[in-house]
Design a protein around this ligand. Structure first.
Ligand code: ADP
Length: 401
């Protein structure tokens, strides 16, 4: 099951996007709807609210009188906490029920207006943010949904900012154009990314590059993309990891690179790495069991650079075809783990090293031209690996200085 978080400011068009996704076959779990359901007449939720706040919160027909409840529950922090202690567990329980009832191959879309405010992004396989500037949202709310302008302004001001929402967006859907425009974008997203992502997740299939290797201009968004993946990896690893880092070329600002995010999970030992295998697979980062080591290099511990066991690691990819990633799981203090961090820090610090590395990348790219798959990777690494080995002493000298 693929779990998608859908959010956006009030009036951005979440419901509109949710309807399109539902038409395409997604299972929609609507948190506003659930929040209403759990306090509908006859529910234990409504009874608990009456116990806590009195029968004055009921309308004449026995349903919840929301303004009356708000007057009491938002009067002070303690009342607000009481309200939340009643409704939040019920909403959580119902949400879990609905998600567990979905088929195992479902694409579940959770429509959560307060996803950012409640820090839920790392629990999702992917977050879609519907993005429209606040003034347009306001106009739509007033025009199409009949909300009073002052009310809409106050509610928009109380929510997360557009910037905060964009920071968690794996997919940013611009809904400032005509409704038909977003429909086309959502259909394409469904077909090209969500459906294959769900398939890959369920079958533990790593998403791989299918085209030639291309060294691309640095993308200023790589750092944020890596942080979103790292937040998910932490949820999967918990105490099984001691640190998780963005490494490799995409972690060095302004460095051209292949559009693949490299991440490193540091673990205590190989048993811990193997212990994370299933949790990472379930979180959308399936293992590549055939990859078990880095190329050995000469190190102070092993000057000949022949002890393969020092360089053992585990390797996973992202299942999301829209965001290729390599996840290296390495043992704390092993030469490969230290090399990755040192290489990144050295490149970040040394402009000459960066320039030299770009030259090597260009040569490697040329060597791999016309090839795809494993053959391309081998040709590419054939050029890069000797350079890594050659610069290792320089990196160590830089560290020691
Ligand atoms: P949300 O669920 O994010 O609060 P809605 O999906 O209800 O927002 O959209 C707010 C209003 O704007 C609705 O009346 C909807 O029909 C309208 N709307 C949505 N997308 C567009 C668009 N691209 N152009 C014009 N109006 C839109």
């Amino acid at each position: 099951m693929l779990r998608i978080g859908l959010t956006g400011g009030m009036g951005a068009g979440k419901s509109t996007v949710a309807r399109i996704l539902a038409d395409l076959g997604a299972v929609i779990v609507d948190s506003d709807l659930i929040a209403r359901e759990v306090v509908a007449p006859g529910t234990e939720g409504l009874a608990a609210l009456v116990d806590a706040f009195g029968a004055e919160i009921l309308a004449a027909d026995g349903s919840l009188d929301r303004p009356a409840l708000a007057a009491k529950a938002f009067a002070d922090d303690e009342s607000r906490a009481t309200l939340n202690s009643i409704t939040h567990p019920l909403v959580g329980k119902r949400t879990t029920e609905l998600i567990s009832a979905a088929p195992s191959d479902a694409i579940v879309v959770q429509d959560i207006p307060l996803l950012v405010e409640n820090g839920l992004a790392p629990l999702m396989n992917l977050v879609i943010v519907v993005d429209v500037d606040a003034e347009t949202r306001l106009r739509r709310l007033v025009e199409f949904r009949g909300v009073a302008e002052s009310d809409a302004r106050a509610r928009i001001a109380a929510q997360a900012t557009d910037e905060q929402r964009r920071a968690v967006a794996d997919v940013l859907l611009d809904n400032s154009g005509a409704p038909a425009a977003i429909e086309g974008t959502v259909r394409q997203l469904w077909r090209e990314r969500l459906v294959p992502f769900e398939h890959n997740l369920r079958t533990r299939t790593p998403a791989r590059r299918t085209t030639e290797i291309r060294v691309e201009p640095a993308n200023p968004d790589w750092a944020a993309q890596a942080q979103r993946l790292i937040a998910r990896l932490w949820v999967a690893c918990g105490a099984g990891a001691s640190r998780i880092d963005h490494i490799g070329s995409t972690s060095v600002p302004d460095l051209p690179a292949k559009d693949v995010i490299d991440l490193q999970i540091t673990v205590a030992d190989l048993a811990a790495a193997d212990g994370l295998r299933d949790a990472l697979g379930a979180a959308g980062f399936p293992v590549r069991p055939e990859i078990t080591q880095d190329n050995p290099r000469p190190t102070p511990q092993d000057p000949a650079g022949i002890d393969v066991s020092l360089w053992t690691k585990r390797f996973h990819n992202n299942a999301d075809p829209g965001r290729l990633a390599n996840v290296h799981v390495r043992v704390d203090g092993s030469p490969g783990q230290e090399f990755a961090l040192l290489f990144r820090d050295w490149l970040r610090a040394d402009a000459d090293a960066r320039a030299e590395y770009v030259e090597v990348k260009r040569a490697a790219e040329a060597k791999a031209a016309g090839l795809t798959g494993a053959a391309a990777t081998i040709a590419y690494l054939d050029v890069k690996e000797p350079w890594f080995t050659a610069v290792y002493p320089r990196m160590l000298a830089w560290r020691d200085s």
